[in-house]
Design a protein. Structure first.
Ligand SMILES: [Zn+2]
Lengths: 137, 396
């Protein structure tokens, strides 16, 4: 009983999954993710869809050792609660850094990475993870 | 005009890995015990409320199967689900039916058979109850991971240490070792707990409840009938219930569970108990310790301790018998076990038997106020129920 990750569902959500498309409410001026047609805060349909800069900071994190099916070779896997520059928050994997080097408040940026491989001959799913932000001088 | 409702019979199966029975057989173990204790006939029952989450067992549509096995065919029946708070939701449904006059005697059975699925499936299924984000991206956070986010918050902000979390596990194993119905029958030490492997840092294997099979049942009756059946009905004094966003990223902070605080405040108001002095009204509490951090948060959400000070209660041993308020004398979810839908009903059974002074030596609370509290949470605070059980008939 693995939960379906159908290509159709992923294709439908491609901008959300790979480009971090989010919603901005013109009435209450708040942002949220994933995007939808009505504001999750005030119910307004005066919504604008925008794309995130991909930059944020780590607010909380945990290190998952007992990983779910499909993620077993990624253990231990750091999952962080990330607050994006645009104000919305999301949960995502943090990569390219050792768990002991992560701290709350650390700056991170979105990177496209392999998420799950569905068995030896199955589909490879990609998605957004976060890596420490490299400041360009 | 709401009628008063009371427990008149209780039943509790052995919790654990129960590959020896199927779902209806497991349910019947506690049904039979509850019906016998209430000294009623099956014909007297008007309503059977079945609490079951399912998904991992062989019975996807359990109510009718259980009723058939228990010779209850013909009764009004249905299945109730509210994730890990299913048991309490089932109790509330039956209480409301009796209070409204729609039923006089109801059987509530909570049953779960989780060990028929592999652990990863169970973990993924419970994880799904955690967050609607799954629709968009399976990024690999597990159910223990959600509670781990709360645990790290408590570590960074309130000085909670991993050793403190282990103290909860040690206490609950201590009491489970005296409970013949508990999944774990063995005491553990802080050292053993600290050496157990990480599941989701900072939570370790010994911080986590097991995957259990089990069932629990209660017979509820209206005031008129309850007082005829027994001299000591256990009154449902109040039920508070609430929910919260399923999207963890929308939670304002990680200081406890909003739904639990809201449910507690509603229950205290209905029962006319002073929230500032709540431990003085109670003899014991059964709280939802699916992970050790959850018990510390429960102390605060229920008002046993101020925010950030819940950890002091366990450091000082205040939640053992003889302390401020004994908590989880059954062993809790952590050590008695957590057969999802049975849990809330199992809490009711434990509290009723505590109030009746019918508990094994070593884990019987002294009963002075005649009142106990059950705190049952679904998901990571997505659902919460706080139920007050009392030997004294509620006023009004
Ligand atoms: Zn808005």
């Amino acid at each position: 009983m693995m939960f379906e990750r159908s290509p159709a569902k992923i294709w439908r959500n491609r901008d959300v999954l790979y480009r971090l498309k989010y919603s901005y409410c013109r009435d209450c001026k708040r942002s949220f993710y994933p995007p939808r047609g009505r504001c999750i805060y005030c119910g307004s349909s005066n919504i604008e869809h925008r794309y995130s800069s991909g930059r944020g900071v780590v607010k909380e994190f945990t290190v998952v050792y007992q990983t779910p099916v499909g993620f077993t070779d990624m253990s231990p896997m750091v999952i962080g609660l990330i607050e994006m520059e645009e104000g919305f928050r999301l949960l995502a994997q943090i990569v390219d850094v050792k768990p002991e080097e992560i701290s709350n408040g650390m700056k991170v940026e979105a990177v496209l990475r392999r998420m799950i491989v569905d068995g030896e001959t199955g589909l490879i799913y990609y998605g957004i993870k976060f890596a420490p932000l490299i400041e360009k001088s | 005009m709401r009628r008063k409702v009371a427990i008149v019979g209780t039943g509790h199966s052995i919790y654990g890995v129960r590959n020896d029975v199927n779902l209806p057989e497991l349910a019947y173990e506690s049904i039979k015990e509850a019906v016998d204790e209430a000294k009623i006939g099956l014909d007297d029952i008007d309503l059977v409320v079945v609490g079951n989450v399912g998904g991992w067992s062989s019975e996807y549509l359990p109510a009718i199967v259980i009723n058939e096995y228990a010779d209850l065919a013909g009764k009004s029946t249905f299945r109730i689900e509210a994730a890990c708070a299913t048991g309490s939701a089932a109790i509330k449904t039956a209480v409301d039916a009796i209070a409204s006059g729609e039923a006089d005697i109801a059987l509530v059975v909570g049953v779960e058979k989780m060990n028929e699925s592999l652990t990863p499936v169970v973990v993924e299924f419970i994880g799904r109850s955690g967050n609607y984000f799954w629709e968009f991206q399976n990024f690999g956070l597990t159910f223990p991971g959600y509670y781990a986010l709360y645990a790290t918050y408590y570590m960074f902000n309130y000085g909670v240490k991993e050793e403190d979390l282990c103290l909860i596990a040690v206490k609950n194993h201590h009491y489970a070792s005296m409970n013949p119905k508990a999944h774990f029958q063995r005491k553990i030490t802080v050292d053993e707990c600290m050496k157990s492997r990480y599941i989701a840092w900072p939570l370790k294997l010994y911080d986590s409840c097991p995957i259990s099979d089990g069932s629990a049942s209660i017979i509820l009756a209206s005031e008129e009938i309850a007082t005829k059946i027994t001299d000591t009905p256990i009154w449902i004094e109040a039920i508070g219930s609430a929910s919260d966003t399923s999207n963890i990223t929308r939670r304002k902070d990680f200081t406890g569970l909003y739904a639990a605080r809201k449910a507690a405040s509603e229950a205290y108001k209905k029962a006319r108990l002073d929230p500032g002095e709540i431990t003085r009204h109670l003899d014991l509490a059964e709280v939802h310790d699916c992970f050790t951090i959850a018990e510390i948060m429960a102390y605060e959400d229920l008002g046993f301790a101020k925010r950030g000070e819940g950890v002091k209660l366990i450091r000082e041993g205040q939640t053992y018998i003889g302390g401020l308020i004994p908590v989880n004398l059954s062993g809790g979810l952590k050590a008695k076990g957590h057969p999802i839908a049975a849990t809330g009903v199992g809490m009711a059974v434990e509290i009723a038997r505590q109030l009746w002074n019918k508990i094994e030596r070593g884990r019987q609370a002294p009963i002075k106020n005649g009142r106990g509290l059950a705190h049952n949470v679904g998901g990571t605070g997505h659902y919460a129920y706080v139920t007050i059980y009392s030997l004294t008939k509620p006023r009004g």
